[in-house]
Ligand binder design. Structure first.
Ligand code: C2E
Ligand code: CA
Ligand code: CA
Length: 698
C-alpha cells in the first residue's frame, strides 16, 4: 500500500494523474448511464447501446491508463511499441462488450458477478498489454504479488460496482457505482505500476522528453473525452427524445381526440387537484355537467359525420368562450363537463352564461342549419359535495333536472334531488322484488272498430300495487324500469302473461303489448317472441306489438331490423302515441305498420280546437294514403266518437268503452266480444270498472 502511494505521489507527474482521474470519473459516469440505457431498451437498440457502452468504457480505461503511464517518471529513455499500443486499445473492447452483455442479458446476481469479473479481467488485460508496449531502456523486474493484487483489486471493485449498480438503481446518477468503477480502474493502474522495477541500461534509443509526454497526454485526453462526450450526448439525446415521446403520449392520453378538449381522465385529475386547492384556500368551486339536446336525432337523421361535426363545433365554441383557469372537457358521447373556481356569485353567473351562449351554436349540415342547444347542471364545492365523485354525481342530477324542464336551462343542485334519486333507486328495487314475487298484474283495455262496432282487440297495461305506497302508475314505474334495465325482464313477463291470457279467450280478439326502446334493441327479441307464441299456443296474427317513434329512433337501423324479423313471424306491429313526437313520415314509410295509434292528447282538444281536428284529419288521410288503419286513443265522450266517425277513423280505445280492467273481471262481465254500442250506452267513464259491471250485473 505504501509502495503504491509512493509510486503515485513521487514517480508520477501529478498534473497528468489528475487529468487521468478526471477522465476516469467522467467515463465511469457515462458508462453507468449507458448501462441503464441498455437495460431499458430491447432488440437491436439494446445491442447498439451495449456497443456504445463498451466503447465508452474501453476508451475511459485506455485513456486513464495511457495518460497515467505517460505521467510515470521512469528516469530512463522510453519508447512505445505502436502495434501493441493499438492492440491494447482495440482488443479489450471485445472483452468489455462481452462483459456488458453478460450483465445485461443475465439479470441474476450470479451473472452480474461473472460479467463484472470479466470486466475487471478485461481492464487488467488492457493495462498489461499497454505495459508491454512501454519499452524502457533498462531491465524491468515485475513483482508478481503486486501484479496479482492489481488484478484482484480491479475485479473486486468492478464486482462491487456491479452490486451498487443494482442496489442504487433508483438514484438519478448512481454515484456509488460510478465511484467503484473509477476506483477499479485507478487501483489497477497504480498497483500495477508499483509492480514494475526498472534498472537503467541507457542504450542508444532516443528518449521521449517531458513536453512530448505532456502533449501526447493532452491529445489522448482530448480524444478520450471526445468519445466519452459522444457517448454521453447520445444518452442525453435519447433521454430527451423519450421524454418528448412520453409527454406526447401523456397529452394524447389526456385529450379527447375528436374535439381536442380534455378527456374524462384529465378532467377528473384536474378536478381532484382543484378540490384540494379549494380546501386549502377555503375557496369555492363549481362543477358543471353539460349535455347536448337531441344529439341522437342529429346522428340518426343527418349521419354520424354530422354528429361529429356538431361535437367539434360545440367544443370550439366552448374553447372560444373559456377564460384562463376555466376548464371544459368532453367526458364521452355528447356529455361535457366544466369546472370553475369562483369568489362571487356574479363570477359564476358570468361563466354559466358564457357556457350557455357557447351551447347555442348553429351548424350548417348540407342544406340544413342545425341549432344546437343543451342543458346545464351545477353543483358547488363545498356545499353540494366534498369529493369529485359526489360533486360530479350531483351536477349530473341537476343536469337531468334541467333536461326535463326545457332546453337551454341551467339547474343548480338541491338536496331534494338526492332524495328523488334515492326514492327512484328504492322503487326500482321494490319493482324488481314485485316481479320476482309475481305481484304484478295485467289489466286490459278494449279496442273497437268504429264501422262494425265490434271489439277488435285489447291492450295489455301493466299494474303494480306497492305494498306501502299503494297503486303506482305505469307512467311512473315504466321509466324507472327502463333506467335500471329491469324493463327487459318486465317486458318478457308482460308478453308471456298477455299471450297466455289471450290464448284462453273464447274470441279471436287481438292482444296488444307495449314494448320499450330498450327491448327493441335486443337482437334476441324476435326469438323470445317466437318462443312465447309457441309455448302459449297463441296464433301470431293475434299478437300486436305497440311501440313509439322514440323507441324506434333510439337505434333506428337495429330497431327496424328487429321489427322486420318480428313481423316475419306474422305478428302485427302498431305505432303508438302518434302525433306527439316526431310524427315523421319517414318512419311510417320505412316500415309497414299494421296500425297507427293517434295519441290521446288530440281527443282532449278535438271538440274545441279546429287545429286539433285538422291535425286528426291529416293523420287519418295519411293512414288512408298508406293503407294503414288509424286507432284513436283516449276517446272519452260520444261527441268525440261522432267527430271521429265523421272523419273516417277506423278504431277507438278509451274510457268511453271502458277503463283498463283485470282479465277475470272482463271475462266475468262477458265484455270480451261485446258490442261497442252496448258498452257505450252504459259506460261510466268516472270509475275504473263501474261501467262494465253495470251492463252485465244489471
Ligand atoms: P299507452 O300505451 O299510451 O297506454 C294508454 C294509456 O292511456 C293507459 O294508461 C290508459 O289507462 C290510458 N287511457 C286509456 N283510455 C283513456 C282515456 O279515455 N282517457 C285518458 N285520460 N286515459 C286513457 P296507463 O295504463 O297508465 O299506461 C301509461 C303508459 O304506460 C302507457 O301508455 C304505456 O306507455 C306504459 N305502459 C303500460 N303498460 C306497459 C307495459 O306493459 N310495457 C311497457 N313498455 N309500457 C307500458
Ligand atoms: Ca300503448
Ligand atoms: Ca298510446
Amino acid at each position: 500500500m505504501i509502495n503504491v502511494i509512493y509510486c503515485l505521489a513521487f514517480e508520477h507527474d501529478i498534473r497528468l494523474v489528475m487529468l487521468a482521474a478526471f477522465i476516469c470519473i467522467a467515463g465511469s459516469l457515462t458508462y453507468v448511464q449507458l448501462l441503464r440505457q441498455c437495460l431499458h431498451s430491447t432488440g437491436l437498440a439494446r445491442v447498439s447501446w451495449m456497443g456504445i457502452s463498451a466503447a465508452a468504457l474501453c476508451t475511459t480505461v485506455w485513456c486513464t491508463h495511457f495518460i497515467s503511464m505517460l505521467s510515470f517518471q521512469a528516469h530512463v529513455p522510453v519508447v512505445l511499441d505502436p502495434v501493441l499500443t493499438l492492440v491494447s486499445l482495440i482488443a479489450p473492447m471485445f472483452g468489455f462488450f462481452i462483459a456488458t452483455a453478460i450483465v445485461i442479458y443475465g439479470r441474476t446476481p450470479l451473472t452480474a458477478m461473472i460479467g463484472n469479473l470479466t470486466l475487471g479481467c478485461s481492464m487488467a488485460a488492457l493495462h498489461y498489454v499497454g505495459m508491454l508496449a512501454y519499452r524502457v531502456d533498462g531491465i524491468v523486474d515485475w513483482d508478481m504479488s503486486y501484479v496479482a493484487a492489481s488484478v484482484i483489486l480491479s475485479c473486486l471493485f468492478t464486482a462491487a460496482s456491479g452490486w451498487a449498480f443494482n442496489r442504487f438503481s433508483n438514484l438519478r446518477f448512481n454515484l456509488p457505482s460510478v465511484a467503484l468503477y473509477a476506483l477499479g480502474v485507478i487501483s489497477l493502474h497504480f498497483t500495477g505500476m508499483s509492480a514494475m522495477e526498472i534498472t537503467s541500461l541507457s542504450i542508444s534509443d532516443t528518449p521521449m522528453d517531458a513536453e512530448t509526454f505532456m502533449a501526447l497526454s493532452i491529445a489522448t485526453a482530448f480524444a478520450g473525452m471526445l468519445v466519452i462526450a459522444l457517448g454521453a450526448a447520445t444518452f442525453f439525446l435519447d433521454q430527451d427524445q423519450k421524454k418528448a415521446g412520453y409527454e406526447k403520449l401523456l397529452r394524447m392520453a389526456m385529450t379527447d381526440t375528436l374535439t381536442g378538449l380534455a378527456n374524462r381522465n384529465a378532467y377528473m385529475d384536474d378536478l381532484n387537484g382543484r378540490i384540494e386547492k379549494s380546501e386549502r384556500k377555503g375557496s369555492r368551486l363549481a362543477v358543471i355537467g353539460i349535455d347536448m339536446d337531441r344529439f341522437k336525432d342529429i346522428n340518426d337523421s343527418h349521419g354520424h359525420k354530422a354528429g361529429d361535426a356538431a361535437l367539434i363545433a360545440l367544443a370550439n365554441s366552448f374553447k372560444a368562450q373559456c377564460h384562463s383557469g376555466e376548464l371544459v372537457a368532453r367526458l364521452g358521447g355528447d356529455e361535457f363537463a366544466a369546472t370553475k373556481e369562483y369568489s362571487t356569485e356574479e363570477d359564476l353567473e358570468d361563466f354559466l352564461s358564457r357556457l350557455q351562449s357557447a351551447l347555442n351554436t348553429r351548424l350548417q349540415v348540407n342544406e340544413t342549419t342545425l341549432h344546437l342547444s343543451g342543458s346545464i347542471g351545477v353543483a358547488c364545492y363545498p356545499d353540494d359535495g366534498k369529493d369529485s365523485d359526489t360533486l360530479r354525481n350531483n351536477a349530473d342530477l341537476a343536469m337531468y333536472r334541467a333536461k326535463i324542464h326545457a332546453s337551454n336551462t341551467i339547474c343548480f343542485y338541491t338536496a331534494s334531488m338526492d332524495e328523488e334519486a334515492r326514492q327512484k333507486r328504492e322503487l326500482a328495487a321494490s319493482l324488481a322484488q314485485a316481479l320476482e314475487n309475481n305481484e304484478l298484474e295485467l289489466y286490459y283495455q278494449l279496442q273497437a272498430s268504429v264501422k262494425s262496432s265490434k271489439i277488435s282487440g285489447l291492450e295489455a297495461l301493466l299494474r303494480w300495487t306497492h305494498p306501502k305506497l299503494g297503486p303506482i302508475s305505469p307512467s311512473v314505474f315504466i321509466p324507472i324500469a327502463e333506467e335500471s334495465g329491469l324493463i327487459i325482464r318486465l317486458g318478457e313477463w308482460v308478453l308471456r302473461r298477455a299471450c297466455e291470457d289471450a290464448a284462453g279467450w273464447d274470441t279471436q280478439d287481438k292482444v296488444a303489448v307495449n314494448m320499450s326502446a330498450l327491448q327493441l334493441t335486443q337482437v334476441e327479441l324476435p326469438r323470445i317472441v317466437h318462443q312465447t307464441l309457441l309455448e302459449t299456443g297463441l296464433p301470431p296474427h293475434r299478437l300486436e306489438i305497440e311501440l313509439t317513434e322514440t323507441a324506434i329512433l333510439e337505434d333506428r337501423d337495429r330497431s327496424l331490423h328487429v321489427l322486420r324479423q318480428i313481423k316475419a313471424l306474422g305478428v302485427k306491429v302498431a305505432l303508438d302515441d302518434f302525433g306527439t313526437g316526431y310524427s315523421s313520415l319517414e318512419i311510417l314509410r320505412s316500415f309497414p305498420f299494421d296500425k297507427i295509434k293517434l295519441d290521446r292528447f288530440f281527443m282532449s282538444e278535438i271538440e274545441v280546437s279546429r287545429e286539433s281536428r285538422a291535425l286528426v284529419r291529416s293523420v287519418l288521410s295519411l293512414g288512408k294514403s298508406l293503407s294503414i288503419p288509424v286507432l284513436a286513443e283516449g276517446v272519452e265522450s260520444a261527441a268525440q266518437l261522432s267527430i271521429l266517425k265523421e272523419e273516417g277513423c277506423d278504431e277507438i280505445q278509451g274510457f268511453l268503452l271502458g277503463r283498463p280492467e283485470r282479465m277475470d273481471e272482463l271475462i266475468r262481465l262477458r265484455s270480451i266480444g261485446a258490442d261497442m254500442d252496448r258498452l257505450i250506452n252504459t259506460a261510466d267513464p268516472l270509475t275504473e270498472s263501474g261501467n262494465l259491471k253495470r251492463i252485465y250485473s244489471g
